[in-house]
Each structure stands twice: as C-alpha cells, then as structure tokens.
Design a binder for this molecule. Structure first.
Ligand code: ZN
Ligand code: ZN
Length: 253
C-alpha cells in the first residue's frame, strides 16, 4: 500500500491569504500546506480520502488521471469543496464512486444539486455513484475498510482503517470502543491543529496523548495550522516515532 499526502493544512491552508505570520511567509516548501487529503494506492487501485478545494492542484501535482473512489470523512468545506473538479476524471474513466455517511451525502446533494439532477442534467457535470457508509466495515476491491467513529465537536466524523494504516482527521474525541479498532496499527495519521486547545480539533498535546494510547509503530500529524509553528522546529521536538506530515510526502506499507 502506498500513501501520498495530497494536502496537510487546516481549512484555510498555509499560507492564509493576506497573512504576515512568519509561518505563512516561510520559504520552506514543507510550510506550504494545501487542504487535507490522502491518496491511498494498492494493486491497481487509487482512492482518495476527502476532496477539498485544492483537489485539482493535487491531482495535477501527483500526475493522477484515475481515481477509483472518494471516501469522505465529513461534510466541511475543506473536505468536499473540490467535487466539481472530478469532471476530467469522469470524462476519462466514467462515473466516480463516492463513499460517505448518509448525512454527508445529503449535504453534498444540497451543495452540488446539479450533479444529482434527474432531468436535463448538464452534460459536463460530474457523474457519481453514491455508496452510503455506516459505522461498520465496507468493501473496496481487494480491501476491507473499517470506519472509526469520532466527534469533531458536534459534527460526527469518520476515520478509516485500511489494514495496518489508519487516517483520522478533524477529530476531538473518540470513544473507547472505537479506539479498540486501531489496535496493532502500524501507521497512524491523526490531526494536530496547533499548540493551544481548540474546540473541535486535537491540539498537539491531545494528538500525542492519542498516539501514546494507540502505540502505532509510526504516527504522522496532519490538518496543521500556521499556529503549530515552523515544520522543522516542531518536528525536532516530537517523540522519535512521530512526524509532521507535509504535502507530497509518500509512505509505503
Ligand atoms: Zn477540516
Ligand atoms: Zn471539519
């Protein structure tokens, strides 16, 4: 399995438009973060988790012209706002499978009503096949995916386990029985927004406590705000099996 971090930034990305914060002005490419998403590849299959407003740029950067499906964590704009940009992928490969909680599908239908038009649908509009997911394992080709239910303040959010890899973003609390699903994981990705606490996201301390609880071989932090600090400075202070993800980072399991 190969994982590519398509984006590792929080909702506004880094730099933030107009910001003069030193991290936003940093010349280090690792301090430039598009909105969060990962590409997961196994055999000949390619899936992405979330499809944010930087999706087009991410597909171009990774030279990706085929995606077998999009799995959504939740309906916030930084995770769904790239959906119109699947048009060329539909043109090349046909309809796109989307996997999401029923509530998230409802939200996507509201935002992108023209995609779901039954009559007189505009010919160039994206073509999607809806797959509703619940909090139980579901099948992709040659792969079982286990959803991990979590809370993002008052919004329900799914993390996903693919064999020895798990990806959780935009989480603030996870119940003990859901944490059980992460047992014996090798690589864990989890969100760490900034140093100070936040109402709906793990801060760095909460993310490290969570990692300590799960004890993966390696952990990567994502959904990062400029307020976490410079990439190189923060990474130096992390435990030896914990890393800051950055855009374009690839890992193989
Ligand atoms: Zn987010
Ligand atoms: Zn969110």
């Amino acid at each position: 399995m190969k994982i590519t971090f398509l984006g590792t930034g929080t909702s506004q990305g880094i730099p933030i438009i107009g910001s003069t914060h030193p991290v936003c002005l940093s010349k280090n490419p690792k301090d430039k973060r598009l909105r969060v998403s990962v590409l997961i590849e196994w055999d000949e299959y390619k899936y992405v988790i979330d499809c944010g407003p930087d999706f087009r740029q991410q597909m171009l950067r990774e030279n990706c012209s085929k995606i077998d499906g999009i799995i959504f964590t939740h309906e916030h704009s930084d995770h769904v706002a790239g959906l119109d940009d699947i048009r060329p992928l539909c043109y090349w490969n046909g309809s796109m499978n989307i996997y999401a909680h029923e509530r998230v599908i409802k939200s996507i239908k509201k935002r992108y009503d023209y995609i779901f038009e039954a009559e007189n649908k505009y010919p160039g509009a994206p073509d999607v096949v809806i797959n509703v997911i619940e909090n139980k394992p579901f099948k992709l080709p040659e792969m079982e995916v286990v959803p991990i239910n979590a809370d993002h303040h008052f919004v329900q959010v799914f993390g996903f386990r693919f064999q020895d890899f798990a990806y959780l973003t935009d989480i603030k609390t996870v119940e003990a029985n859901e944490i059980e699903k992460l047992k014996d994981i090798k690589v864990l990705v989890v969100n760490a927004l900034r140093i100070t606490p936040h109402i709906s996201h793990f801060n760095l301390e909460e993310a490290l406590d969570f990692i300590n609880l799960i004890k993966p071989e390696k952990a990567y932090l994502t959904h990062i705000s400029h307020l976490l600090g410079f990439h190189d400075n923060v990474e130096k202070e992390l435990p030896k099996n914990v890393f800051l993800a950055y855009d374009g980072l690839k890992i193989t399991l």
